[in-house]
Ligand binder design. Structure first.
Ligand code: GAF
Length: 392
C-alpha cells in the first residue's frame, strides 16, 4: 500500500471519517553545497523518493490531534494540543516538529481552525536525509489546507514563504539553528532535476539530472550514525561563520571569493580561517558543478564531490570516521566521486558510481564496515523525485 493510502486509511480508522486531503513532502540528498545556506550561498539538492504523508481534516475547536504511524505499525498519539497555547520546545519528542509548524503559521497570522493529522513517512530518521523537514513541510501544507491557504488556493503563501515559516518553526520552536536548504529542497524540487538554489537572491533553477542516462547512479550510504542539529557542532559552525563575516565587515561569507582569502585570513583568528575557506571554496564548487551538469558532463562532477568531502573533513571538521570510511571505501571500489551529505557528524554519504560498478562498490563498502565491526550501513540508489504536493 502506498504511503498516501496508509495515511488515509489510518486516518479513517482513527477518526471514523475520511481525511479531507493527504499532502506529502520528500526528504533530500544534497549533491553539493554544504553549510553554505546560512552563509547566503549556493546549494544543489534533489528530492528523494522517500516521503512523509499527512492525512488531514480540519477541526472547529482550535485543537491539534496528531498521531504518527511508527515503523512498528503502532499509532503513536501526541497529547491533544491547543494551537493558541503552543510554546517553543513542547510537547517534546517527534510531536515538537508538527507543533512548531502550527506555532509558526499562527505566529504569521494564519488563522488555523484546528486539525486532525495522521502522519506516515518512510524517510530514514537521523540519517542526514532531512526527515524532519519532510515532516514539517508536509504538516505545513496540511495545516495551510485547513486554513484554505494551501498552494493553488487564493492568498496562499509562496513556496519560498512556506520555507521561511518552516525555518522559523525549526529555529525558534524546535531549537535547531538550520538554514533554508532542506525546506526549499522538500518544497521546490522536481523529478529528474537537481535544484540550484541561490539562498541570497531566493532564485531557483531546475537543473536536469538524469544520472542513469550517463550510465551513472547516485548511491546513498546511510552510516546509521545518528546526528542531531540541536546538539551537534552545527550551531558552533554557524556562529563561527557569522563571527568571521562580522570581523570582515561583510554581510555573509557569500561575499568572499577564493581570491579574497589571503586578505581575509590576515584579519581573522586562526580558528575561523578553515571555516571560511570551506564556505568560500564550497560555493565555487557548487557553481562549477552546475556548469558541468548544464553541459551534460555528469561524471565530471566527481572530483568536485571529492574536494567537497575533503573540505568538510579537514576544514569544516563535520565528518566522522564512518562517513570517511563510506567515502574512502566507495572511491577505492571505483566510485567516480563521493562526499558526505547534509549537516554531518553522522548521517549519510553519497557516491556517484557507474551502473556497472554499483554492486562492487556496495559490496566493498559493506565489507569495509564489517571489517571494522561497525553497524551495517543502509545503501540505496537515489533518483531525483518530485517535491511536496497534494496526493489526494
Ligand atoms: C542541515 C541543515 F538543516 C541545512 O540548513 C544545511 O545547513 C545542512 O545541514 C548543511 O548543508 O541539513
Amino acid at each position: 500500500m502506498s504511503l498516501t493510502d496508509r495515511a488515509a486509511s489510518t486516518f479513517t480508522g482513527e477518526h471514523g471519517r475520511a481525511p479531507g486531503a493527504v499532502w506529502s513532502a520528500p526528504g533530500r540528498v544534497n549533491l553539493i553545497g554544504e553549510h553554505t545556506d546560512y552563509n547566503d550561498g549556493f546549494v544543489l539538492p534533489f528530492a528523494l523518493p522517500h516521503r512523509t504523508a499527512v492525512a488531514v481534516a480540519p477541526r472547529t475547536d482550535g485543537q491539534l490531534s496528531i498521531a504518527t504511524l511508527g515503523s512498528d505499525g503502532e499509532l503513536h498519539r501526541a497529547p491533544l494540543l491547543s494551537i493558541t497555547g503552543l510554546s517553543p520546545g513542547q510537547p517534546g519528542g517527534w510531536a515538537t516538529y508538527p507543533a512548531g509548524v502550527a506555532w509558526a503559521l499562527r505566529d504569521a497570522g494564519i488563522a488555523l481552525p484546528g486539525a486532525d493529522l495522521i502522519i506516515v513517512g518512510d524517510v530514514p530518521t537521523g540519517a542526514g536525509l532531512s526527515s524532519s523537514h519532510a515532516l514539517e513541510c508536509a504538516v505545513a501544507l496540511a495545516l495551510l489546507h485547513t486554513a484554505d491557504r494551501a498552494p493553488g488556493s487564493e492568498g496562499a503563501p509562496s513556496l519560498a514563504e512556506i520555507a521561511l515559516l518552516v525555518q522559523h518553526a525549526e529555529n525558534d520552536f524546535s531549537g535547531a539553528p538550520t538554514g533554508l536548504l532542506d525546506q526549499t529542497a522538500s518544497l521546490a524540487c522536481t523529478a529528474a532535476h537537481a535544484l540550484f538554489f541561490d539562498v541570497r537572491s531566493g532564485e531557483t533553477e531546475q537543473i536536469p539530472f538524469d544520472a542513469s542516462a550517463s550510465g551513472l547512479e547516485v548511491l546513498v550510504i546511510d552510516t546509521r550514525v545518528k546526528h542531531s542539529h540541536g546538539e551537534s557542532g552545527y550551531g558552533e559552525r554557524r556562529r563561527g561563520c557569522e563571527r568571521a563575516a562580522e570581523l570582515l565587515e561583510i554581510k555573509a561569507l557569500r561575499d568572499l571569493s577564493v581570491e579574497d582569502l589571503d586578505n581575509a585570513f590576515a584579519k581573522l583568528p586562526g580558528e575561523l580561517r578553515p571555516l571560511v575557506r570551506h564556505i568560500v571554496t564550497e560555493n565555487e564548487r557548487v557553481l562549477a558543478t552546475v556548469d558541468r551538469l548544464r553541459a551534460g558532463a555528469i561524471a565530471a562532477i566527481g572530483p568536485l564531490l571529492n574536494e567537497s568531502h575533503a573540505s568538510m573533513r579537514d576544514d569544516y571538521k563535520i565528518s566522522c570516521p564512518e562517513l570517511d570510511l563510506a567515502v574512502d571505501s566507495a572511491l577505492a571500489a571505483g566510485a567516480v566521486g563521493a562526499r558526505m551529505t547534509g549537516g554531518g557528524f553522522g548521517g549519510s554519504a553519497i557516491a556517484l558510481v557507474r551502473t556497472e560498478d554499483r554492486e562492487r562498490v556496495e559490496r566493498q563498502v559493506l565489507d569495509a564496515f564489517a571489517a571494522r565491526a561497525l553497524t551495517t550501513p543502509r545503501l540505496f540508489t537515489a533518483v531525483p523525485a518530485a517535491g511536496a504536493g497534494r496526493d489526494r
